[in-house]
Design a protein around this ligand. Structure first.
Ligand SMILES: Nc1ncnc2c1ncn2[C@@H]1O[C@H](COP(=O)(O)OP(=O)(O)OP(=O)(O)O)[C@@H](O)[C@H]1O
Ligand SMILES: [Zn+2]
Length: 689
């Protein structure tokens, strides 16, 4: 089983980690989109108020019965009317309450629908279809001025305002938004509306106390040393380029996830005391074409205004993929974004004091244009920490954690090869939580070990197993464990358990005494023998097979294949590379896809060699387990009783000595840096998926 590089148990994304991140987002000039909406709402309100002032709602003519109209004329309360077709509009001299109130009113209102009474100054009424011949004379007698012109036609402007005002205001608003976006360097209307063309870059100001420094970064000294120069440059850009030399513009940090690339970039900013603008490349690209480029422009603009400064682009590979090999859909957007980054990097001179740091774990997929001089021409590899490094990282993260006396960080570092800085931080956190749940006042050895098990293997799974199943699992794990003691060169057996966790029903946990960079062939064979031990024990004891060896078979096959294809350990095939090259930063399994660089005939010979190695190891496993059957039975009895045994208990129960160690570096070769450190061997019985 492999280490889960990103344990699901919350590893906080570095840029948003409030403890390290300083005061959080701040310092963005210009209006955020929310304000734009407020402005819009305000404009609508003003529009409404203006209209209300020119055409007060109370003056809007209300329909009244023809008889009421005539009554009011008779009372001399109507001075002028305007007639169009069968309609008459006009104003009352004194306001009339309509519909009228009171008993009398009920009668007068007649069949008209009940509406709330209001005080009318303007009215409209419909002249009945039967002609009222005396109307004109009646009106003249009552001194009503009759006209065919609208009474309020004088305010032509108001009419225009009424009709076109809202539309004009809307258009004006959009024009204003557009101009604003263009000023900010946003591209295209679509890309800039509502501020989506702005970069969402987070800026971390350097507040004393919250500042990340090189002290917070441990275990990756080589990378740190390479960045010291960058810090010097940022402190005083002028001094650096005084003699015409060009300072670096871009540094690419290459390393597996969680190795501290983001942390390192922040520390550079912290050491130099300059602002840090951070953005993940994935955030550049949105659905709308042109947004990514606009965000890049904005990010660089912000940094330039605050120079000297650091721009940090995380996950560069998500947009920096070689152009042309980008998947269909969204490709032009990615290309535009990438081109904009290139343009910006070419655009500033190194004297401005801006350094672009970018992180990736797939440097080989990056567009070559990114790596040219004047762009990301410096590359800093951030390795997984070695044992000393892990101890230092554990030291950093336990600064504020009370440790009990039995907690030994050096031992813990030894037990955690392959873990990244982020994994170790998570480990400390889990252990502290566990200790708190156990009502302790400090974190001890057992808390760390249990937390490690949980991180590596997943949380315990409460499943009910039959006695027969438990015994079979115990024999399977016992087989691995006994071989871990009996095969010369095997890694010491650290822990055996038959408590189900994650995918595993049981686990044998072996770990190397020291970090290994170079693997002798005998060691690799010892590992394969151990991997086969689970199935072999089952066969010896029960004479039948189960699915529990799936993971063992997978690992053993892969290792044997690497021996033949990568490391030239087959006499039959010799020193020929017969496997796709591995991505050194991601380790096994993350190979480069590509065609087999060899013939079908060779492929067949590789398969035969792989089988030969596995079969030889299988025979060895059968031989050793048959020989140590008594120890195996004793171990199984103890496992069924206690479920989990640690190193010392295993030795006590079996009565076997620890496996003799091979000389780890018999030829005195320098440690090969590219060779990935292997995670501890974990043989487990898996449930079939
Ligand atoms: N070398 C280290 N020393 C101290 N702490 C570390 C180290 N490496 C990682 N960490 C811890 O792990 C956290 C996450 O690491 P960080 O985000 O920097 O890794 P990364 O390499 O950027 O990962 P990714 O590639 O996933 O973005 C950091 O905030 C820090 O607390
Ligand atoms: Zn197994």
């Amino acid at each position: 089983m492999r280490f889960d590089r990103n344990p699901p148990t919350g590893r906080p994304a570095a840029p948003t980690d409030p403890r390290r991140g300083g005061p959080g987002p701040s310092g963005q000039p210009g209006l955020p989109p929310r304000n734009a909406w407020w402005t819009f709402a305000l404009i609508l309100l003003i529009n409404y108020l203006v209209l209300r002032t020119f055409f007060p709602g109370a003056d809007a003519p209300v329909s009244v019965p023809y008889t009421v109209f005539k009554q009011e004329v008779a009372r001399g309360n109507v001075s002028a009317i305007f007639s169009r077709g069968g309609n008459i509009e006009g104003g009352f001299a004194k306001p009339v309450t309509w519909p009228p109130l009171g008993k009398e009113a009920e009668r007068r209102r007649g069949p008209f629908p009940k509406t709330p009474s209001q005080s009318l100054t303007a009215f409209t009424t419909t002249v009945p279809s039967f002609v009222d011949p005396g109307l004109e004379q009646f009106l003249i007698d009552n001194k009503v001025q009759i006209s065919a012109v609208p009474m309020q036609s004088g305010s032509l402007l108001a009419t225009l305002l009424y009709g076109f005002g809202p539309a004009l205001l809307l258009i004006g608003f959009y024009v204003w938004l557009y101009r604003r976006a263009v000023q900010q360097g946003g591209g295209g209307l679509g890309g800039s509306l509502f501020g989506i063309g702005k970069s969402k870059a987070r800026r971390y100001d350097q507040e004393v106390g919250a500042r990340v420094t090189f002290d917070d970064v441990a275990g990756i000294d080589e990378a740190k040393n390479e960045l010291v120069e960058i810090v010097d440059f940022l402190k005083d850009p002028g001094r650096y380029t005084r003699l015409g030399g060009a300072a670096p513009k871009g540094v690419l940090l290459i390393g597996a996830p969680g190795t501290g690339k983001t942390l390192l970039a922040k520390a550079v900013a912290g050491e130099a005391g300059v602002p840090f603008f951070s953005m993940s490349a994935a955030e550049f690209v949105e659905m709308i074409v042109g947004v990514g480029a606009a965000r890049v422009r904005d990010l660089f603009k912000q940094a330039r205004e605050n120079a000297p400064a650091i721009i940090f682009i995380d996950e560069l590979d998500s947009i920096g993929r070689a152009r042309g090999q980008i998947s269909v859909g969204g490709s032009s957007e990615q290309e535009q974004t990438l081109n904009q980054i290139l343009t910006e990097m070419d655009g500033f001179s190194s004297r401005e004091g801006i350094i672009v740091l970018a992180a990736t774990n797939q440097p080989d997929v990056l567009d070559k244009a990114l790596l040219r001089p004047g762009r990301f021409d410096r590359r800093v590899v951030v390795n997984l920490p070695d044992k000393v490094g892990r101890e230092a990282i554990l030291g950093v993260h336990t600064r504020k954690v009370p440790l009990s006396k039995d907690a030994d960080l050096s031992e813990l570092a030894a037990a955690t090869p392959g873990l990244s800085g982020a994994d170790l931080k998570n480990l400390v956190n889990e252990a502290a939580l566990l200790a708190a749940r156990r009502d302790q006042n400090s974190v001890g050895r057992k808390d760390f070990m249990d937390a490690l098990e949980k991180i590596v293997l997943g949380p315990e799974r409460p499943i009910l197993l039959s006695e027969a199943d438990r015994e079979r699992i115990a024999y399977h794990e016992g087989g691995h464990a006994i071989l871990g003691l009996a095969v010369a060169g095997a890694d010491p057996v650290h822990r055996v358990t038959i408590v189900p966790r994650g995918h595993a029903l049981g686990v044998t946990y072996q770990r190397p005494l020291t970090d290994r960079y170079n693997y002798p062939e005998a060691y690799l064979r010892a590992r394969i023998v151990g991997m086969l031990g689970g199935r072999v024990a089952e066969e010896i004891v029960y004479g039948t097979r189960t699915t529990g060896a799936e993971n063992d078979i997978e690992q053993a096959t892969q290792l044997a294949r690497d021996m033949v294809g990568r490391w030239g350990m087959s006499d039959e095939l010799g020193m020929v590379q017969l496997a796709p090259r591995q991505n050194p930063y991601l380790g096994a399994g993350a190979g480069f896809a590509g065609e087999k660089p060899f013939s079908e005939e060779t492929a067949r010979r590789v398969d035969i060699e792989v089988q030969r190695i596995i079969n030889e190891c299988y025979d060895e496993a059968v031989r050793l387990l048959s020989k140590h059957r008594k120890a195996l039975d004793a171990l199984v009895r103890a496992l069924l009783e206690r479920e989990t045994l640690d190193e010392k208990e295993i030795l006590d129960v079996t009565g076997l000595p620890p496996a003799p160690q091979l000389e780890s570096n018999p030829m005195g070769l320098p440690a090969a840096r590219e060779q990935r450190q292997r995670p501890p061997t974990l043989h487990n019985s898996r449930t079939p998926r």
